[in-house]
Design a binder for this molecule. Structure first.
Ligand code: PRP
Ligand code: URA
Length: 211
């Protein structure tokens, strides 16, 4: 554990794929594929504490009590645009989950998160929410998204990202100590433009080829 409430997934497959994503010459199509693969591995860890119950089933040989998911259902809350890169792999693993979309962009000068879209399932208060964004830099976007989801009633949340800056981790933990963070790496620092160093550049642009 990097700090209280922060889990860094140091699994070799995650670390190897993350290195490929960081490489500046990795093409868009490969970047998206790697993000989808890593998102499944992050989902595996982020859902580790889901509750189970048992149900009676018939195998070809016997009757048994077999484990099945119980308890609260999931919502994946994707912070647009780049959150959608994590969403696809998560939905591959938990196809019955509901999805919320929080449209935010960072003003490039002030780094303030500006909301342009919000849509969430009406029963979000009764569900566990996993908030998705590959990048936790200043945490302005993450804090704004969690604020907004709480306003709508979300009570139980986790934040899952690919890369975090120490500054962003501290900010999100201070603002929302009830929201644990799951990440593949915590890098060195933010640069003067609010980019994670050494990082991987602009996640949205690299995913969609917009720069
Ligand atoms: C990026 C990234 C995060 C945000 C992180 O989004 O996907 O949402 O920056 O930075 P922060 O922690 O300093 O808020 P961006 O605003 O570039 O929008 P995009 O996903 O549409 O490219
Ligand atoms: N958003 C990104 O996409 N990359 C960073 O390094 C910081 C914010």
């Amino acid at each position: 554990m990097w700090a209280d409430g922060v889990t860094v997934i140091d699994h070799p497959l995650v670390q190897h794929k993350l290195t490929l994503m960081r490489e500046k010459d990795t093409p868009t199509v490969e970047f998206r594929r790697l993000l989808r693969e890593i998102s499944m591995l992050l989902c595996y860890e982020a859902t580790r504490d889901l509750e189970l119950t048992t149900t009676t089933i018939e195998t070809p040989l016997a009757t048994m009590q077999a484990p099945v998911l119980a308890g609260k259902k999931l919502v994946f809350a994707s912070i647009l645009r780049a959150g959608n890169g994590l969403l696809e792999g998560m939905l591959d693993l938990v196809p019955a989950a509901r999805v919320a979309h929080v449209g935010l962009y960072r003003d490039p000068k002030t780094l303030v998160a500006v909301e342009y879209y919000f849509k969430a399932p009406p029963d979000i208060a009764e569900r566990r929410v996993i908030v998705l964004d590959p990048m936790l830099a200043t945490a302005n976007s993450a804090v704004a998204a969690v604020d907004r989801l709480k306003e709508r009633g979300a009570a139980e949340m986790k934040f899952v990202c690919l890369l975090a800056a120490p500054e962003g981790v501290h900010r999100l933990r201070d603002a929302h100590p009830d929201v644990p963070i799951v990440t593949a790496a915590v890098d060195e620092r933010l640069n003067e433009k609010g980019y994670i160093m050494p990082g991987l550049g602009d996640a949205g642009d690299r995913m969609y080829g917009t720069k």
